[in-house]
Design a protein around this ligand. Structure first.
Ligand SMILES: [Zn+2]
Length: 446
């Protein structure tokens, strides 16, 4: 079996994936809070760990991988959106959940094995919290339940922070119901006009962190192989998940993976800078989902990435070429799997794919979530086989090297450039790529 190595945020080392149950892998990814469209940064996390899901299925067999990605459908941001718009909360969450599935589907993100909604696991959260209170790791006060951070000696280990530094560095306003400023909310009271559930502490709703501890436990058990999420979740969300689960006596996640953040043209994506894109914005502008996925996979998940117009153009050209050359029925070449198994090095995997053609290319593209066996409409807008021209140009160059007469080569190049084809000539190779202004009619007389 292929050995998969992953950089564990917990140990800060690259470790071999050694599943708890041999031959079976379990993974949990923190999913979206459903009140708005997913933006490009959200998509990065979904695509990166979809790629890991695909690799795991390839290596272990589809039936041996259990992947859980939750929907946070109880949250104050959702309540605020309902208050702003006068809409029902359930309408907002149902609509946004479907948007997320549609938009991620357009990026080739497969549906995980389980997609639990937080509101379907309130009973599990309540009993999880009761257990923490029984163990003295949590306390109830004024309708709230708080996690007693000082009771958990390992707090801060995952994110590499000490509790004292966190208190010194943060100007935490101490709520009257907190024993300690670091304590975080497991349960809070709900006013009549916002969602609430009956509990031993009165009508209320869960804090955000508890849902992932309760749902991963309910579906995957006390210990599972991989927990993933964006680096923005490392603290406090993941630190708090660890505190809750481990304080409840669970071993919890063995390997933690965090994807780095995304920028646009070198700047932080923000609404005020006018460079904020939702996935839907890009799809509506005509950027194909496969192109978005390609660009996202072009940077290793553990490195900050920059979304640029140039990368988008390059991705589109490359995919057009690949779709033209790909054939079904192949097996994924080992080098591609090896690149992915090396801490999900998608950048290196794409570089390997550049060498492939035919059925090998088709199989590799399928594993990357970039091909379902049919050429997407956007890539067939023109259907011209440039490889014949590549052959002609190569042959003309060989002749010209002997005769020292390059007029034929130059004439071909000029005609190709005139038709909007990008001509790349290296010592070893000739490569033709249709550019955005490609006009196949101009090649007919050649
Ligand atoms: Zn989570």
């Amino acid at each position: 079996m292929v050995e998969i190595r992953l950089k564990n945020s917990k140990s800060r080392r690259v470790e071999v994936l050694d599943p708890i149950i041999p031959g079976k892998v379990s993974m949990y990814l923190c999913g979206p809070t459903v009140y708005d469209r997913a933006h490009l940064g959200n998509a990065r996390s979904a695509v990166a760990f979809d790629q890991l899901f695909r690799l795991l299925r390839h290596v272990y067999g589809a039936e041996n991988v259990t992947f859980v990605r939750n929907f946070t459908d109880v949250d104050d941001k959702i309540n605020a959106r309902a208050a702003e718009t006068g809409r029902e909360i359930s309408d907002i969450t149902a609509e946004t959940t479907q948007w997320y599935l549609d938009d991620m589907g357009a990026l080739g993100v497969m549906e995980p094995t389980h997609m639990p909604r937080a509101t379907a696991y309130i009973a599990e959260m309540v009993s999880f919290i009761e257990d923490l209170i029984a163990r003295d790791h949590a306390y109830a006060r004024d309708g709230h339940v708080l996690f007693r951070v000082r009771s958990f000696a390992e707090y801060g280990k995952l994110s590499g922070r000490s509790v004292d530094d966190m208190i010194a560095g943060a100007r935490v306003e101490v709520a009257p119901y907190k024993e300690d400023p670091m304590d975080f909310v497991l349960w809070k009271p709900s006013a009549d006009d916002i969602p609430g559930w009956d509990s031993p502490w009165g009508r209320g709703r869960p804090g955000w962190h508890i849902e992932c501890s309760a749902m991963s436990h309910a579906i995957l058990g006390e210990e599972f192989d991989i927990h993933a999420g964006g680096s923005d979740l490392l603290f406090p969300h993941h630190e708090n998940e660890v505190a809750q689960s481990c304080a409840a006596g669970h071993a919890f996640a063995r390997i933690w993976l965090h994807n780095e953040m995304l920028q646009v043209e070198g700047k932080k994506m923000s609404k005020s800078l006018g460079n904020f894109f939702t996935v839907r914005d890009l799809l509506d502008q005509g950027v194909p989902g496969g192109v978005i996925r390609f660009v996202l996979l072009g940077t290793h998940y553990g490195k900050p990435m920059d979304w640029t117009e140039k990368k988008r153009e390059e991705a589109e050209k490359t995919l057009r070429k690949w779709y033209d050359a790909a054939r079904p029925g192949g097996a994924v070449p080992e080098a591609v799997v090896a690149a992915l198994a090396d801490d999900l090095n998608t950048h290196a995997a794409l570089a390997e794919i550049h060498r492939l053609g035919g059925a090998d290319l088709g199989a590799a593209l399928s594993l990357m979530g970039l091909w379902d066996g049919t050429v997407p409409d956007w890539a067939t807008a023109f259907d011209v086989d440039l490889s014949a021209f590549e052959d002609r140009l190569r042959a003309a160059r060989v002749t010209a090297m002997q005769s020292k007469d390059f007029s034929e080569v130059d004439a071909l190049k000029t005609a190709l450039l005139g038709a909007g084809v990008e001509v790349r000539m290296t010592k070893e190779n000739v490569e033709l790529l249709p550019g955005p202004d490609f006009d196949p009619a101009k090649l007919e007389d050649l």
